[in-house]
Design a protein around this ligand. Structure first.
Ligand SMILES: [Mg+2]
Length: 208
């Protein structure tokens, strides 16, 4: 994105995974595999970017149903609370981006989290990361039964934030998610390294 094309937005929308939080599914896969009859690779093949996870993040299964299916497929032996803890314990905070949100909030700019995620992940993140409560609002796939990059979820964002088009500045690390936003006229940053996103924002006078 060329910084020269960025203008002051009315709202900022952040993707969560790999933008505000880094995560390591392999860590959870190793722990969960140790309590099951399956290998780390087999468990990783169930919990990361899979049809099973997709159904759960689309809100088409309850946490209990997701757990029961996982247990049936892997022979997992521990309880649902232990499963939730081990599957949730994969996140680390991205300090630069969390700080950027704090800066914008002190400036009175509304900010939102817009994520493909599940009840299990959000419960864990809300309990473990105080920064999660520092946003104006949240648009979470499982609550709307549709996932990015489906335009219907972007319509939910526009209704929630109360504006559209270039009034919205949006960060996401996945190109297909950015593409739908660009088609709707949002200002977009395809996020990779926090330092690079900050550099772009500073050039446009949008960050300190
Ligand atoms: Mg992401």
């Amino acid at each position: 994105m060329n910084a020269g094309h960025l203008s002051v937005p009315k709202v900022v929308v952040f993707d969560l995974g790999k933008v505000l939080l880094d995560f390591d599914f392999n860590k959870a896969a190793r722990t969960l595999a140790g309590d099951s009859d399956s290998s780390t690779e087999e468990v990783a093949g169930l919990i990361n970017q899979t049809p099973l996870l997709h159904r759960y993040e689309t809100g088409l299964m309850t946490t209990q149903e997701f757990f029961d299916e996982f247990r049936g497929l892997t022979g997992y032996r521990k309880s649902l609370p232990e499963f939730c803890r081990d599957l949730g314990d994969i996140f680390t905070e991205v300090g630069l981006m969390v700080g950027l949100n704090r800066f914008w909030r002190t400036q009175g700019l509304p900010t939102y989290i817009f994520s493909n995620t599940s009840e299990l992940a959000v419960d864990h993140i809300r309990a473990s990361f105080p920064f999660f409560s520092e946003f104006t609002g949240y648009i979470l796939s499982y609550e709307h039964r549709v996932m990015k990059p489906d335009p219907r979820l972007y319509e939910v964002v526009e209704r929630t934030v109360g504006t559209s088009g270039c009034q919205i500045l949006y960060f996401d690390d996945r190109a297909e998610n950015i593409e739908t936003a660009r088609d709707r006229g949002w200002q977009v940053i395809l996020h990779d390294r926090p330092e690079e996103s900050l550099r772009i924002l500073r050039q446009a006078g949008l960050a300190p």
